[in-house]
Design a protein around this ligand. Structure first.
Ligand code: ADP
Length: 269
């Protein structure tokens, strides 16, 4: 029996009211001489507390969707709304964590990096920002590294600071663009587990981009599968909290693979 419950394409379903909604999103990069269609009529619904994973082959438009949701790329057509209001640009209600280790301010300590946007964008008083930043660093296991500068931190620790900084802002939606892709396998496994624990503790809503099927099934409560370039919705499916290391997990990974790469399945026949 299949472990996957597919939702028909074009009819995203979520529990509760969506925090973020995208409808028929078409995203185009306008070059000097020609336009490049990156994403073709994709619709998303992300409910409160949900972890939606965008999954698809390299170049299918996952990062581009995240860019548009973050407000850095206006849709060529379609709409994006956050709590019912149109997204027209970047804002502190949507924070992105990137893959690159250089996303921290090199001249600020771990604590300073987490406090900085709290004071600037959330306009918190210094003492309040510090309390919140210390709490966020403790949650990601970095209480003792608070006074260290980025150049003194490992890649994994830098990603932890970036996650703490994002969570401390208490965004409506936390956007993560392959945040663990540049880490070694052991560190990646630990960060995945810690991320899951922390987002559950604080009830964060997540859109997470990856091209790893295993990571998608592990992190996501729901997966949104995209076709190869240009990105179109192939299917959305619930992971039903399937636990890593179980037969159900392995089965789901295999079924997702077959949905993403149906030609491989056909080739086996
Ligand atoms: P993914 O995140 O799934 O790997 P991207 O969203 O980065 O894919 O890219 C989607 C498509 O848009 C690809 O064909 C890529 O080459 C193209 N693209 C990405 N960024 C730009 C850009 N700044 N200008 C022009 N084309 C871009």
């Amino acid at each position: 029996m299949s472990v996957i419950e597919l939702t028909p394409v074009g009819a995203p379903q979520t529990v509760g009211a969506p925090v973020l909604q995208a409808r028929d999103l078409t995203l185009i990069y306008q070059g000097d001489r020609e336009a490049h269609l990156a994403v073709d009529r994709v619709s998303l619904d992300v409910a409160e507390g949900e972890r939606l994973v965008l999954l698809g082959p390299s170049g299918c438009g996952k990062s581009t969707i995240l860019k548009a949701v973050a407000g850095f790329l206006p849709p060529a057509s379609g709409t994006i709304s956050l709590r019912g209001k149109p997204v027209t640009g970047p804002g502190p209600d949507r924070i992105v964590v990137f893959q690159e280790f250089d996303q921290l301010l090199p001249w600020k300590t771990a604590l300073g990096n987490v406090m900085f946007p709290l004071i600037r964008a959330r306009k918190l008083a210094r003492a309040e920002a510090q309390d919140r930043a210390e709490d966020a660093l403790a949650r990601v296991g970095l209480a003792r590294a608070r006074d260290q500068f980025p150049h003194e931190l490992s890649g994994g620790m830098k990603q932890r600071v970036a996650i703490a900084r994002a969570l401390a802002m208490r965004p409506d939606v936390l956007l993560m663009d392959e945040p663990f892709a540049a880490l070694d396998a052991l560190t990646r496994t630990r960060l995945q587990a810690d991320l899951l624990r922390v987002v559950e503790e604080v009830g964060a809503t997540l859109i997470f981009v990856t091209h790893s099927i295993d990571e998608a099934v592990l992190i996501g409560t729901r997966l949104h599968l995209l076709s190869a370039h240009p990105g179109r919705t192939l299917a959305t499916l619930d992971t039903n909290g399937v636990a890593q290391g179980t037969a159900a997990f392995t089965r789901m990974v295999r079924e997702v693979h077959e949905l993403l790469f149906p030609q491989a399945e056909a080739a086996d026949v």
